[in-house]
Ligand binder design. Structure first.
Ligand code: KG4
Ligand code: ZN
Length: 343
């Protein structure tokens, strides 16, 4: 089975072709990040317009890549190989999502193939299955950490989830981005830059100075708003270097994420932890979760870094495992989907 995936939930315009459920054949990702850096944050209208500009060229480029890789003669030969189209229907920015959904409907109609709607958050989880030769054992605890979401779920099987907890205010990625901005590292999506800055810190002389919100509470919820405010105070004190603040922030955020994830693993006696979402590209989080999971003999699955942030490969993979094709007129945008919403 060959699936053509499309992802346009935010500022990335992405297309990918996946074979046999998990084999990434080709992937194209265009981003309008530079425009949002100029405005110091995303302007949804601009993101949607950039999606319109990029969508058809990205689909075309994906087919061209496929043609070359498969050594096919014409694009028509490529079209014949596609068995289904998959598309993100939410959550995300409504204008951006609509561009991808309409493109996917047109493509499915043109190819006369089924269209499979995908929840973006579930998509992130399937980043773990891409080209992964290892069988993933269920049940698994999933920590989903992206720019807009922080959720802990128990994945019992494909399509079978139990919600354990999530953030009560800001998402982990949002906190990373806000602190990066406070430190003057980036006006937009500076999580990776903050992490890079933290690496420059030789010794965390601020250790324990920032709160680890809700860390010992008997639940699986998170809160990052207070950590963000406390970080701002540290910056305003004007006494500490950016490196040490970045380091202490990262340690505080990761400590909470790891501790609560491990607590869930123990409570539900699972054998696998899966990470997903943009923040799972964070090296410190990857190392810490693996270190703690290894101690208790639990397997950690984390997508390769390049597949942690938004792309269409995981959308196609999620569609394969949750193959629920719909008539195109039944597929609608849903900007506020949560992780528990199956589509
Ligand atoms: O999943 P994603 O690409 O988009 C959403 O669906 O939200 O996640 C983007 C988030 C941003 O907050 C970005 O700063 C964060 O992931 N991020 C990171 C890293 N790479 C991306 N945060 C910390 N460390 C990183 N290396
Ligand atoms: Zn995402």
């Amino acid at each position: 089975m060959t699936i053509f995936g499309i992802e346009t939930s935010c500022d990335e315009t992405a297309a990918a072709i996946v074979e046999d459920g998990i084999k990434e054949i080709c992937s194209v990702v265009a981003s309008s990040k530079e425009f949002h850096e100029k405005t110091g944050g995303i302007v949804p209208e601009i993101a949607a317009r950039k999606q319109v500009e990029a969508m058809v060229p990205v689909i075309h480029e994906c087919f061209e890549k496929y043609k070359e890789l498969k050594q096919l003669k014409t694009l028509e030969d490529c079209y014949k190989n596609i068995d289904a189209v998959a598309v993100t229907v939410g959550p995300g920015l409504i204008g951006s999502l609509i561009v991808g959904i309409e493109a996917a409907k047109s493509l499915a109609l043109f190819l006369n193939k089924p269209l499979i709607p995908v929840n973006h958050l579930i998509g992130h989880i399937y980043g773990n299955f891409i080209d992964n030769p290892q069988e993933i054992l269920f049940p698994a605890v999933v920590l989903l950490v992206s720019g807009g979401h922080t959720d802990l779920v128990l994945m019992k099987d494909h399509g079978n989830y139990e919600y354990l907890g999530g953030t009560l205010d800001d998402a982990a990625g949002e906190a990373y981005d806000k602190v990066a901005r406070l430190l003057g590292l980036s006006k937009y999506l500076g999580g990776a830059l903050l992490s890079k800055k933290a690496l420059e810190c030789k010794e965390n002389t601020l250790k324990g100075k920032l709160p680890r919100p809700m860390i010992d509470q008997d639940n699986f919820d998170f809160s990052f708003a207070g950590l963000k405010t406390a970080s701002r105070r540290l910056v305003e004190e004007n006494k500490y270097s950016s490196e040490v603040i970045a380091k202490e922030f990262e340690e505080a955020a990761v400590e909470v994420l790891v501790k609560k994830t491990i607590k869930a693993v123990k409570k539900f006696n699972v054998k696998t932890i899966m990470l997903g979402g943009g923040v799972s590209a964070n090296n410190y989080l990857r190392e810490e979760i693996k270190k703690e999971a290894d101690k208790i003999g639990v397997i950690t699955q984390i997508p390769p870094i390049r597949l942690c942030t938004d792309n269409a490969v995981y959308i196609a993979v999620a569609a394969y495992f949750n193959n629920n094709p719909r008539k195109y007129e039944e597929i609608e945008v849903n900007p506020s989907l949560g992780i528990m919403d199956l589509v």
